[in-house]
Structures are given as C-alpha cells and as structure tokens.
Design a protein around this ligand. Sequence first.
Ligand code: ADP
Length: 299
Amino acid sequence: MQVDVLCVGHASYDLIFSVPHHPTEDEKIFADSLISCGGGPAANAAVMVSRLGLKSAFAGYLGQDLYGDKHAQEFAEYDVNTQLIARGPSPTPLSTILVKPDGKRALINYKGDTQALPSNAVDFSSVKPKVILFDGHEPHLSVPLAEHARRDHIPSVLDAGSLHEGTLALINKVDYLVCSEKFARQFAGDVEAALTRLSETAPAVVVTLGEKGLLWRRGKKHGGAMPAFPVAAIDTTGAGDAFHGAFAAGVALDMEWLELLRYASAAGALCCTKIGARLGIPSREEHYTWLEQHKDLHV
Ligand code: ADP
C-alpha cells in the first residue's frame, strides 16, 4: 500500500450541540443545532492530508459500534485508507460538546474500558508511507514504528498536544517535533526554554501559538517566527490538527522550509473559519486560493 502520509493515533466521535446556556441540575434544554462528526488529532490530520489531494491512511482504534461505523464511513468518504484500523468490542471514544453562543464549551468524554492498542494490533508491513505523523496516542504502535521509520529514513512528525507518556516517548524519535504552546509550557516552563531544550532532541521544532502564529528552531543556529494568517476566526478547535496534517503533507511534497510553514499555517487559519474541527478542514481549492490571494504574506 503506497501512501503519502500515514497518521497514527487517536480517533473519536464528536457530538457538538449548540445550546443557549449550559444546563444546571435537573434542567432540560433544547439544542439549536447538532453537528456530529469524527474527531481525534491523527484522524483529523489524515482527513486534512486527503483534502489536500494526497493519499493518506489512518492507523488506530475504532469500536465495533455505531460511532466506529460512522467514523470509518467518514474516512472512506474522505478517501482516507482504513486498512490499518483495529476494530474491537470496547467503545469508540465519544465526546459530547455543549457550545454556548459565546463559544464557551462544556465537554463529556467517554471511552469506557478502551485501552491503548498492543504493539501487534496493527501490521504495518504492507504500508510504504512517504511520511508518518504521530499524535502521541497509541504509544505501543507508535514507538516501534518511529524507530523503524528512522532506520528506513522515512521522515516523521510528532503532533505533541500535551505532555504525557506517549508524547514524551516520541520526542527524540521524530524528525519534526510540532508542539502546542501548552506542551511547550508543560515541558520547560516557557516557550523559549522549550524551543532550546527540544531542539537538542529533534532536528526541527515548531511551537504553534494559535492566533499568534508560531516559532521554529532548526539546530542551534536557525530559528524564526511566522505570524498567523489574518482570518475571521469563529471556532479555533481543530486548527492544530489541520496544521499538522498539512505540515506532514508538505513534508511528503518535499517543500522548502518556509513554504512548508506557510502551507501548514494557511490550513490552520482556514480551519478557524468554520464550526467543528472536522468540518473546518479546508478543501484543496480553498487552501490553494487562500495561499494565492495572500502571496505576499509571510514570505
Ligand atoms: P493547537 O490546537 O494544536 O494548540 P494552535 O491553536 O496553536 O494549535 O493552531 C495551530 C496553527 O493554526 C497556528 O500556528 C496558526 O498558524 C493557526 N491558527 C490557530 N488559531 C488561529 C487564528 N485564530 N487565526 C489564524 N490562524 C490560527
């Protein structure tokens, strides 16, 4: 199986209710709208890659239940390869999100007894990816795969959203370490200190800073900042997932460094212009048009 980007990690299902206010005890309220769609950092990134016109595959877990079926069906509709998904009796992780008109959220996550997959749950021998993206979930699959990737000179990207065992185990095994501001602060107290320390473990480090854009470092000598693209943001959920997917796609396309950062930043920015992480993922046309219209920005 030839793919441009293999995304390994978390898949969930999101039920996003727009509500006038968050309910209190014994209160029954009506939602104004309901968006239901697949979620999860690596799963969203796989959809982003596919939307950009590249071949992607997702490896991770989905339950043999309604939400697992729905997510698998969505992957197929977005042309994401599903052969490396392990299905089982434990539930598909489900998020119920109640969004108020001011954008504030209340969340209920349910994953029942769902555990990280064991290392033999997915057979990667048939897949030949140009790039592998990890989100730090599924560490038993990811750590040996990252070690293989390094031996086989397959570039790898880590989306480090928060500091936990899974992300920590991968920071010195990937070529591109793309972390959130939250991860950077948890890791080293502040972003500059994190950039310095992380650039000793990974050849390229990016810290994304939401509407403030990003900072990057390559080795001891090279580093810089890139502002975010100006968009009318209405929901920033999923910006990071879109950014990471486009970043991995850009690596597969062998982009020059600053072009790669622009390519990923545009995907992150466009994702903020629609409600819902998955539904905010821009199409190839939207992304291309935006970059063309903003040719002179961040070059
Ligand atoms: P994460 O969700 O992983 O914390 P960020 O919120 O840092 O990720 O967003 C990733 C990237 O998406 C940013 O570096 C930026 O380029 C883009 N982005 C995020 N929020 C905005 C915004 N409000 N306006 C424009 N671009 C944004």
